[in-house]
Design a protein around this ligand. Sequence first.
Ligand code: ZN
Length: 277
Amino acid sequence: MRYCRFIFEGHVHYGSVEDRAQEPWIVDLAAAPEEDLAFHLAHARKRALVDDPTGFDFEPMPLSAANLLAPVTPSKIVCVGRNYRDHAKELGNEVPAEPLLFFKPPSSLLNPGGVVRMPTASARIDFEGELALVIGKRATKLKPDADWRSVVRGYTLANDVTARDLQKKDGQWTRAKGFDSFCPVGPWVSDEVDPTAGFEIETRVNGELRQHGSTADFIFGIPELLAYITAAITLEPGDLVLTGTPAGVGPLNAGDRVEVSMPGLGVLTNTFQPEHS
Ligand code: ZN
């Protein structure tokens, strides 16, 4: 299963994504994940926005030609800080004894291809390429040896954009991590990859390789993360868990193009521009 979310002729649709010779295509419409709580909140009063896939004549199109949306409608975005040893070290931090959690608000979500707006309040805005888990079933108080795959719908890519100066200045991270447009996600959700098998993540800035990590280097693996998070917080269908970033983070300039990629998850591309331009 691989699905994206996009706007076509003014309506929101979900689409099935397949690799074709040159590039990925949206080959058919897919059912909306109706179990998503946030999906219901968003659409309860405007159901007409989501077409019945059966009543719509869809012609396949290259993904690059589609007006893509973030493929998820999370009620919350739970993030893990310092989950790769080399990244903890590069920022001069100890390797944590237990996962370090923070939130990004759903209002920070940004579409694949969207423009990150660089707030004037910050003088240093960093990229952080990350693997994101998409929750598929309500999960609460999961045991570390639970069947965690049964609550994960699939995987996607995220850029945990961070105002590094404000992260230090504020003492907590809500503003530094939470500006509008600071959470690009996509381009699609897939359950056809296995991140526990050592999964390579790369981040490029203007085409130059800046981050290259493997999920084999996680300090806390996915089962431990899900047990730790759900001991405190119930995860709902559609929620995102950002699993942390490898070494190589760095500041961006206006006009920069950031690409986060993993095999099987495509490329999440976003550009950065000043807030007022
Ligand atoms: Zn991060």
